[in-house]
Design a protein around this ligand. Structure first.
Ligand code: NDP
Ligand code: PHD
Length: 340
């Protein structure tokens, strides 16, 4: 006997990746249900290489027969349906922002704070962090355990898929328009993204920061340690899949590139590709699509502070940034908390 699982938003980028990941990792599911809005009902989605699911109507769905429901839809739909799923006794794993900073909801990266999952019982809900927080938490945790991270200064380079399917279409359409000399139009992202970069992800706050920048600091505090400060600039780049970050870390204890590399090399969820002086010695977003780990490269001393290192990190935002992280949480729930 296995578990019953629902994927809400099964036609979206993250929903499809959750179905792929469940099949690839042979999650012990007896029944997997794909759910979507009116426009998706009846559409077919793949579950692994050889199974196809027909999308059912989220609005009419009875969650009482489901053990775990992954939510990968916009917050409006989460607000409308997550509470009724949780009340029906099903554990909601939400990939979006709705519960990330809710004190009654655990925010989890399994390699960083798996113990937090136990608190799912308060609301029958668990949140996965934003993709940039997942990758930053995975890199900061081993450094924090050994050298006590005080502050990180981070610039992100985020893929258009972070804004959903329509933003990916916008990058494609604008790029084609430029090549054939058509006018460039935009409707999803705040400025032209083709052949450009945009220093705005989410809306602005009163102090001039964006919500994404504010949230990265807040999520790292919840995931790793409330004492860590993160100063972030979040930038959208014309890349389809794969978020990258430039990270400068200041620590309490003495640190250098060699010691940092040693700590990072032993950490779960990371893959270190760091060879100096060659383009083969670092990794870029197009090389990580479909890959599970967070890749770390270009680890070096930051001699502008007393104890500091700098590095470059890259990960597939749809996979470890959302779907894989959510499925890993479900695996721990199934193993340690739920009865089949
Ligand atoms: N993308 C990312 O990197 C991350 C996303 N998330 C979260 O996951 C949620 C879903 O994200 P993501 O999967 O990327 O979003 P998508 O835009 O790919 O899809 C989300 C849902 O929106 C509907 N939809 C969107 N665009 C169209 C379209 N052009 N035509 C038809 N339906 C469309 C679909 O629902 P339906 O067919 O049922 O109408 C789909 O399931 C987000 O709200 C976000 O909170 C979290 C972390 C990372
Ligand atoms: N907002 C992130 C992706 C993400 O975290 O989505 P959300 O916060 O809506 O789950 C991006 O645009 O790259």
């Amino acid at each position: 006997m296995g578990y019953t699982v629902a994927v809400v938003g099964a036609t979206g980028n993250v929903g499809r990746e959750i179905l792929n990941t469940l099949a690839e990792r042979t999650f012990p599911a007896d029944r997997v249900v794909a759910l979507g809005t009116d426009r998706a009902v009846g559409h077919e989605v793949s579950y692994g290489d050889d199974r196809v699911l027909r999308v059912e109507d989220l609005g009419r769905f009875d969650f009482s027969t489901i053990d775990i429901a992954f939510f990968a839809v916009e917050p409006r739909l989460v607000a409308a349906h997550a509470a009724r799923a949780a009340t029906a006794g099903c554990v909601v794993i939400d990939t979006g922002p709705s519960f990330r900073l809710d004190p009654e909801v655990p925010l989890v990266v399994p390699e960083v704070n798996p113990q937090a999952i136990a608190a799912y019982k308060q609301r029958y809900t668990i949140a996965t962090p934003s993709p940039t927080a997942v990758q930053l938490a995975l890199a900061l945790k081993p450094l924090h355990d050994r050298f006590t991270v005080r502050r990180a200064v981070v610039s992100t380079y985020q893929a258009v898929s972070g804004e959903g399917k329509e933003a990916m279409d916008e990058l494609f359409t604008q790029t084609r328009a430029i090549f054939v000399n058509d006018p460039v139009s935009k409707s999803v992202l705040p400025k032209q993204i083709a052949f450009n970069v945009i220093p705005q992800i989410d809306g602005f706050l009163d102090d001039g920061a964006t919500n994404a920048e504010w949230a990265l600091n807040a999520e790292i505090k919840k995931l790793v340690d409330p004492k860590i400060k993160v100063a972030a600039t979040c930038v959208r780049v014309p890349v389809f899949i794969g978020d990258a970050a430039s990270v400068h870390v200041e620590t309490d204890q003495e640190i250098g590139a060699d010691e940092a590399l040693e700590a990072l090399r032993g950490a779960a969820g990371l893959s270190i590709l760091d060879k100096r002086g060659t383009a083969d010695g670092y990794i870029t977003p197009v090389e990580v699509a479909g890959e599970n780990p967070v890749f770390i490269s270009r680890v070096r001393d930051d001699s502008t502070v007393e104890n500091g290192v700098a590095f470059w990190s890259v990960a597939d935002n749809l996979r470890k940034g959302a779907a894989l992280n959510a499925v890993q949480i479900a695996e721990i729930l199934a193993r340690d908390y739920l009865e089949e």
